[in-house]
Design a protein around this ligand. Sequence first.
Ligand SMILES: NC(=O)C1=CN([C@@H]2O[C@H](COP(=O)(O)OP(=O)(O)OC[C@H]3O[C@@H](n4cnc5c(N)ncnc54)[C@H](O)[C@@H]3O)[C@@H](O)[C@H]2O)C=CC1
Ligand SMILES: O=C(O)C(=O)Cc1ccc(O)cc1
Length: 365
Amino acid sequence: MKAAVLGVGLIGGSLALCLKERTNCRVFGYDHSQETLDWAVAAGVIDEGSRRLEEAVKDAEFIFLAVPVGTIPELLSRLERQPLSPGCIISDVGSTKGKLVRWFEEFRKRGVTYIGGHPMAGSHRSGVEAAHSLLFENAYYILTPSPETPLSEVQKLSSLLQQATKAKMVIMDPHHHDRLVGAISHLPHIIAAGLVNQVGRYNEENEWFHRLAAGGFRDLTRIAASHPVMWRDILMSNRGELLRLMEDWLSVMEEVRDAIERGDAEEIENFFRRARFLRQQLPERKKDMLLPSFECYVDVPDQPGVIGWVAMLLGNEGINLSNIGIMENREDAAGVLRLVFQKEEDLKRAIRILSDAGYRVFSFD
Ligand SMILES: NC(=O)C1=CN([C@@H]2O[C@H](COP(=O)(O)OP(=O)(O)OC[C@H]3O[C@@H](n4cnc5c(N)ncnc54)[C@H](O)[C@@H]3O)[C@@H](O)[C@H]2O)C=CC1
Ligand SMILES: O=C(O)C(=O)Cc1ccc(O)cc1
């Protein structure tokens, strides 16, 4: 099986290593830098490399775009004009997904499936030299198929990626994805960079600012060392969500500022109490602490009572749900319901019952 990785940097190189190490894919790399390709072949990151797109994607069953976010649309346009293997699956690893939605339809017309993807693991380093095959292990890897994407294709891609990366595969609506990563990744990068720049200005006057910057400042600003061009692209492509999130952030800051101005000790204490409580609730990352869970996703119409209806269908058959929730909440679209079970047998029975009831059910397990 041939897989093409377009952009052999940190993420593309890591994905190539994963595919080579844990699947039977032969990995063909494409990059605009010949030096990168030579290094990647010599280090065994890819089997072969070329600066010619046509050669890289010829006969490939899977094509992964791992170029900067701002370059993905241009590369997709070029791919559209290439002779591609019928039934081939194209995916990308870009940090934002909403702007890429239209490509599903563009490629569908040509008998090719495009499914957005985003591994939620990375580093402030970039380039193929920093690639490694354990980068994605146990991280979440989000896929953002269109509601029309054939389930068999989503399954094919997710099985390959799960096997290769050992990540936890999740599916999500692309716009919901952008709001979510906007809040937990993009906004924090803006805040970290802003704080470092602010203190940097003070330090120009008095270098004790940097000398004393330890503990909290370092912890909070680690991500400010990330790649400026990559983050420029990410902010430009998640504009709408980020503007909304920054409004919220500014009003949170205003509330604290006002509380300080008023000398409102209670409000200030509550601000920190709430944060400490919520911080302690964040899920642990330790691998062995994860309880086994089996999950599936169900396409549901956007109608009141649909969660209760699905829960009742399963309850009537004595199936225990350990969690249930809507994955996206746009008003104009149907939702994706996530169902979690503690027993594999319950998952299998639930899939059968819901499919028999006419629902489109998807599972990674
Ligand atoms: N770095 C991170 O922590 C994460 C990054 N991502 C996404 O992964 C993608 C790649 O990021 P990294 O691997 O960190 O970047 P990188 O800079 O390490 O790698 C990008 C590679 O693409 C090549 N490239 C750039 N423009 C090209 C073009 N027009 N044609 C051919 N090759 C080209 C570069 O030579 C480089 O080898 C981005 O879309 C980013 O949003 C996703 C998850 C985490
Ligand atoms: O967790 C973060 O914010 C990181 O710094 C790593 C990272 C960067 C970009 C992504 O799209 C996903 C993960």
